[in-house]
Design a protein around this ligand. Structure first.
Ligand code: MN
Length: 149
């Protein structure tokens, strides 16, 4: 918070930097990442920036590239934003042991977010377009579907 800094200064008189208002505005485009994770079973971790964290799902068959193909996406714990640039090998014996590669990364626009529905437009190198994540009521807790609209 820069309110104290701002309050003490008259920026029409001092040449000190005035904090830019745009930093306060919520930016509309956020980041997403898909990490190929060679754990006990191969899966792709799909992560979306939201409220300062990465919402995360493990997608056993990977995020679909064709329209209408539905894939299971199992929600996992939120990850820190910095995780979006993580690639490397998680050591044997540790949680998620195995190699992690960045499969795709980019920005997305959030069109709608409800507790059981997320409507987004992904702009990555491999994955592009309007995607839906839905949590069908009859599914087990944490199980979602992802598909391209
Ligand atoms: Mn994983």
């Amino acid at each position: 918070m820069l309110k104290h800094y701002r309050k003490k200064r008259d920026f029409s008189k001092t040449s000190e930097p005035e904090p830019k208002m745009q930093k306060i505005k919520k930016k509309k485009r956020k980041i997403f990442v898909i990490q190929e994770h060679h754990a006990r079973s191969l899966h792709w971790d799909f992560r979306l920036e939201h409220d300062g964290v990465l919402l995360s799902w493990a997608v056993p068959k990977g995020v679909p590239l064709k329209k209408g193909e539905k894939r299971l996406a199992v929600q996992t714990e939120d990850h820190p934003l910095e995780y979006a640039s993580f690639a490397g090998t998680i050591p044997e014996g540790e949680y998620g042991a195995g190699e992690v590669k960045i499969w795709d990364k980019g920005s997305f626009e959030l069109l709608n977010m409800e507790p059981d529905l997320i409507d987004i437009v992904l702009d990555g190198k491999k994955v592009k377009g309007n995607y839906i994540l839905i949590k069908p009521q009859k599914f087990e807790t944490g199980s979602w579907l992802i598909f391209k609209k």
